[in-house]
Design a protein around this ligand. Structure first.
Ligand SMILES: [Zn+2]
Length: 337
């Protein structure tokens, strides 16, 4: 009896807390900054989750997806536009993700795969654009078939081109552009769109090829790194490109640094000695091939607190080491001199 009444009291307390929360939400509406920059260097601003108002929907595969209220309304208009004018049926794969959920994912991955692997594959809690509620991942249904997985979605560039053309009119931009990994920190994601609540600004960004939110907001200066894949008897250009994307994604978290060049170090990097070294780094992985790139970059005039960089200096022949296991993608494992 005692335990039942305790549960009852707990339930009442919880529902009172929930009521208090929903009663607060409306007066905070509109207090979020729709131009907010959240990336590997810029965390979600304090108080964001308190001010955020989300809408929950169930998508075509039965998943619950949440999004910021205005972003969701704009998405509905975008989806209707695409359906009516291009015959494209889009769905929401994911939207808002709380910092706590991201923390849980990180902990689960750390337990299962170890801290190094988790750090490489899961966005650091607090630094994912999905925390804003303004980032949406799309999938679509084409000829009655649900195209859902990333590796399948990239097979439809023509559909993505049509979707991307209509984003700006509804206040959305494409966020992770091909070739801008050194700015955004992410590889090309045709499905990840971002609501900025300003169609004119969105048109300005989307009309400039290669324009990222980071550069448009003046948070960073763009550099167009020169990438030299050299010649290789071991690796295809696609292999080397995939490795370079990993390096550029990591480089985006080198605050204030400008990447000038990357060049493949040559097939001699794939030695037994290097395989042994890199396999040993990660608690005994069985890597089967190695790629080394050398890069040049410039450090900021005024590095942020705690930065180990020499200010305003060109670092040349900086080494980037990647390896892969049988049947798996390239992992960036070591960088430095
Ligand atoms: Zn996304």
């Amino acid at each position: 009896m005692k335990s039942i009444s305790l549960i009852l009291i707990l339930c009442l307390m919880l529902s009172a807390a929930a009521l208090a929360e929903s009663a607060h939400a409306p007066e905070k509406e509109g207090s979020i900054d729709y131009m907010v920059l959240v990336n590997k260097l810029n965390p979600l601003p304090d108080g964001w989750e308190d001010a955020l108002e989300t809408v929950h929907v169930t998508n075509s595969v039965g998943d619950d997806v949440a999004a910021e209220k205005r972003a969701y309304e704009a998405y509905l208009a975008l989806a209707a536009d695409l359906e009516a004018n291009d015959g494209i049926h889009t769905e929401l794969d994911s939207g808002y993700r709380s910092v706590a959920e991201q923390q849980e994912i990180m902990e689960r991955f750390t337990e299962t795969y170890g801290a190094d692997y988790a750090a490489r594959t899961v966005a650091t809690p607090g630094y994912s654009e999905h925390h804003t509620g303004l980032a949406l991942d799309l999938y679509f249904i084409v000829d009655g078939k649900t195209v859902y997985k990333n590796e399948d979605l990239v097979q439809y560039p023509e559909i993505w081109r049509k979707i991307h053309t209509r984003l700006a009119d509804h206040g959305f931009i494409l966020r992770y552009l091909d070739g801008k990994e050194h700015i955004t920190g992410y590889g090309y994601e045709p499905w990840h769109i971002r609501y900025i609540d300003d169609a004119q600004a969105a048109r300005d960004i989307m009309s400039q090829p290669g324009m990222t939110l980071e550069v448009w907001l003046g948070a960073v200066e763009d550099t167009d790194p020169v990438i030299d894949y050299g010649s290789s008897a071991l690796y295809s250009e696609a292999d080397l490109e995939a490795a370079a994307v990993q390096i550029k994604c990591k480089f985006a978290s080198f605050a204030g640094c400008a990447l000038h060049s990357l060049r493949y170090a040559g097939d001699a990097c794939n030695s037994e000695e290097n395989l042994k070294w890199l396999s040993g780094l990660d608690g005994g992985k069985n890597y089967i091939q190695v790629i080394e790139f050398l890069g040049d970059f410039h450090t900021p005039v005024d590095p942020s607190d705690g930065s180990a960089w020499e200010p305003d200096t060109e670092y040349t022949d900086y080494q980037w080491w990647l390896a892969h296991e049988e049947g798996k993608g390239w992992q960036l494992l070591s960088w430095g001199y």
